[in-house]
Design a protein around this ligand. Structure first.
Ligand code: ZN
Length: 329
């Protein structure tokens, strides 16, 4: 069958639990997508082989000929060498991801931070289309950030800018995975909400979550949080209100520092809860905004769990074409 479009690229959102591969055409249209469990415990080579297999199947089924691929990865990266320096969720250290995928797929491959690509996704195809200055805050197991200045990703001097989750909001507060204390990640991530809920249950507080959280290996998922809110569970309402308060302070601090047109809030809770999550964040932010920052729009992700893969595809399509690359040498 004839190939539908020559200017197709692939974007991958590689998470610790699952990954999503998206095929996007030259006009930014999503042609197809496929998702699989990451199975990080099987090691680097096995994960690379799984991603490559899903990408190959997508190419075959859709009769497309992608010219590049970009992967969004949670962790510390060296994008210029395509190396994942450290990704605890994937159990990787100094993993040459771009090279390994290039070998498997015979395509130019680049890598970038997972939240950076999600913010680029929202800017290219989602809530922040056409805007110049945008900040993304992604709330999940941890809290990540991405900053766009003049429509471009702000990378900083070491390529690691945007770690807004480690903004300290409570001196000597709870311990954060980064080793510091009182970071917003340690106060308002889904992991922190779960820690607070479990501590309250231990103290004898009643909650609809009691049963599900007492099961071995249980986790407080976004859907469990939603169910508890639907049941007007007072413990869950309080825990979420507290998290949103801190997220509002973070949003206000970010708005005061960068004066963006928009702050996009992403991740599972924002996708699932929408305004139930966003409204208290806006309320908390409002009281801390400096004059003339009141116009900042604080909105939920429009692309949801596709933001990362779509943004990675946008970065892949910005990669130079092969022919141009050769002629540059
Ligand atoms: Zn931290």
């Amino acid at each position: 069958m004839a190939q539908r479009n020559q200017d197709v690229v692939l974007g991958v959102d590689l998470g610790g639990t699952s990954f999503l591969v998206a095929a996007v055409d030259g006009r930014g249209k999503l042609l197809a997508q496929a998702s699989k469990k990451t199975k990080a415990e099987r090691g680097f080579e096995a994960v690379v082989a799984r991603v490559a297999k899903v990408a190959r199947e997508l190419v075959k089924e859709e009769h497309i000929a992608p010219r590049a691929l970009c992967v969004g990865v949670p962790g510390a990266l060296d994008p210029s060498h395509g190396v994942v320096v450290k990704a605890p969720n994937l159990r990787w250290e100094n993993a040459p991801l771009a090279k390994a995928l290039e070998k498997e797929l015979k395509l130019p491959v680049s890598i970038d931070n997972d939240v950076n690509v999600a913010v680029i996704g929202e800017h290219q195809f989602g809530a922040a289309r056409g805007l110049q200055n945008v900040v993304g805050l992604w709330i999940g197991t941890g809290i990540g950030g991405g900053v766009l200045v003049g429509g471009q990703l702000y990378r900083g001097s070491h390529g690691t800018a945007g770690e807004l989750g480690h903004t300290v909001l409570l001196a000597d507060g709870p311990l954060c995975p980064c080793g510091g204390r009182g970071c917003v990640e340690a106060l308002a991530s889904r992991t922190s909400i779960e820690r607070d809920v479990r501590a309250a249950l231990k103290r004898g507080r009643k909650s609809v979550l009691q049963k599900s959280l007492s099961e071995e290996g249980s986790k407080l998922t976004s859907s469990a949080i939603e169910e508890a809110l639907d049941a007007e569970d007072s413990l869950m309402l309080e825990a979420l209100e507290r998290a949103c308060h801190y997220l509002g302070l973070l949003a206000a601090s970010v708005a005061n520092a960068f004066d963006p047109e928009m702050i996009v809030i992403g991740g599972g809770l924002a996708s699932r809860l929408g305004d139930r999550f966003l409204a208290p964040i806006r309320r908390a932010a409002q009281s801390q905004l400096l004059p003339r920052r009141g116009h900042v729009r604080i909105v939920a992700t429009e692309l949801g769990d596709r933001a990362g893969a779509m943004g990675a595809a946008a970065l892949a399509s910005a990669m130079p074409r092969r022919r141009e690359r050769v002629s540059e040498r």
